[in-house]
Ligand binder design. Structure first.
Ligand SMILES: Nc1nc2c(ncn2[C@@H]2O[C@H](COP(=O)(O)OP(=O)(O)OP(=O)(O)O)[C@@H](O)[C@H]2O)c(=O)[nH]1
Ligand SMILES: [Zn+2]
Length: 381
């Protein structure tokens, strides 16, 4: 199923010539590593997983947890909304060496061939400043090595049907992972967890190149770091390099689910908390917000940095399917500066103008929360 045919094999060879070897393995001992020789390799860990599963939470945990490792992070971004993602994701201080990489809404294999690879190369030039490179890819990107799975929505993602009987993203991510982290175990009862475990094991056995993914369960992505950073321990077993994996995937699967798009915008002003909640609930719970064609918008993932009226602190909005949170950050708005709300929506049938207009209605004093694009009493399927 995942075998390359002749033409694809040629493409693979071509790609291999273009791409410097990225083999993520061969961690040297600390002492040996102090003076990195020409052949020294820095392990690359790719954190994959469906939208909102907990990848950034895992990155943040790794970056803030006490450990003696020097880690570089490349975090992919969502187009213009990158400022949001950065402010949500960056852990301050430390001696971390960070380099930001815009992958747009793209997939990893394309990105690794152009800007992604260059960013990694740039990091390689700074060899000696860090021991590991971590790279986060979006849920829709091609699979990597550590895959984070959402306990609450994982089964749904694994079961999603794709046109033409193609393997869905969630399944590919799980099948290709060296390490699978079942996260958010706090959100589900044991029966659900056990069902998810079974489904994942089944996918590993049946859809896999390596078939040896290790499974861990976490809350807030708190995993024993040796499991994440020392993936070379598993690699010997999988017998296939990162680059090969990416090529297998790019040769056999369309890159992204075309129907799912990202919409981002910025808007000035202070939102009224109650109106903001109604806006979000209409989108995530009622699902009664329609685009210009009359199709109901389906938001899979929502994140943003918002300004709420009478609150000094910046507030982060996080939504994953029907669940959402408004969380005050320790960061205060600069009094003199215009407060700017930044929002990122990922989903189907999204319309930027409509979303922005509805959001703007929550920030104007007179704005009534009235969605001209929702039909009374008619809920989307
Ligand atoms: N209840 C619960 N929530 C969690 C857990 N881990 C992460 N979250 C929340 O889930 C939301 C999404 O987490 P992120 O780490 O941003 O997910 P992500 O995979 O990086 O998301 P994308 O980059 O948008 O694909 C945030 O609101 C987190 O606080 C957990 O173990 N339990
Ligand atoms: Zn993230």
């Amino acid at each position: 199923m995942l075998q390359a045919n002749g033409a694809e094999a040629e493409e693979e060879e071509q790609a291999e010539e273009d791409c410097p070897e990225l083999v993520p393995i061969e961690t040297k001992r600390r002492e040996e590593e102090e003076k990195p020789g020409p052949g020294a390799k820095i392990p690359v860990t790719i954190i994959s997983g469906y939208l909102g599963a907990g990848k950034t939470t895992l990155l943040n945990y790794i970056l803030t947890e006490q450990h003696s490792k020097r880690i570089a992070v490349i975090l992919n971004e969502f187009g213009e909304g990158s400022a949001v993602e950065k402010s949500l994701a960056v852990s301050q201080g430390g001696e971390l060496y960070e380099e930001w990489l815009e992958l747009g809404n793209g997939c990893l294999c394309c990105s690794v061939k152009d800007s992604g690879l260059r960013a990694i190369e740039n990091l390689m030039q700074k060899k000696g400043k860090f021991d590991y490179i971590l790279l986060e890819t979006t849920g829709l990107a091609d699979p990597g090595i550590v895959t984070v799975v959402d306990s609450k929505y994982g089964l749904k993602h694994l079961a999603e049907e794709k046109a033409g009987g193609l393997i869905n993203e969630a399944t590919r991510q799980v099948a290709l992972a060296d390490l699978i982290i079942i996260n958010k175990t706090d959100l589900v009862p044991e029966e659900d967890l056990s069902q998810l475990r079974t489904a994942i094991r089944y996918r590993i056995m049946n859809g896999s190149i390596n078939g040896l993914g290790k499974i861990l369960e976490t809350q807030r992505s708190r995993v024993d770091l040796s499991n994440v950073l020392d993936l070379h321990a598993f690699d010997g077993l999988s017998g296939i390099s990162l680059q090969k994996k990416l090529q297998y995937v790019s040769a056999t699967q369309p890159h992204l689910d075309q129907n799912i798009i990202t919409v981002t915008f910025e808007a000035p002003g202070n939102a009224k908390e109650e109106s903001l909640n109604v806006f979000i609930q209409n989108l995530l719970w009622e699902k009664n917000v329609r685009n210009k064609d009359g199709h109901c918008m389906e938001v899979i993932r929502l994140k943003g940095l918002v300004s709420i009226k009478d609150r000094a602190q910046q507030v982060i909005v996080q939504g994953v399917h029907e669940l959402y949170d408004l969380e005050e950050t320790p960061v205060s708005w600069d009094d003199d500066a215009q407060r700017t709300n930044r929002l990122v929506f990922i989903g189907k049938n999204l319309d930027k103008d409509v979303l922005k207009q509805l959001f703007m209605a929550t920030v104007t004093e007179t704005g009534k929360q009235r969605t001209t694009h929702s039909k009374e009493g008619q809920v989307c399927p």
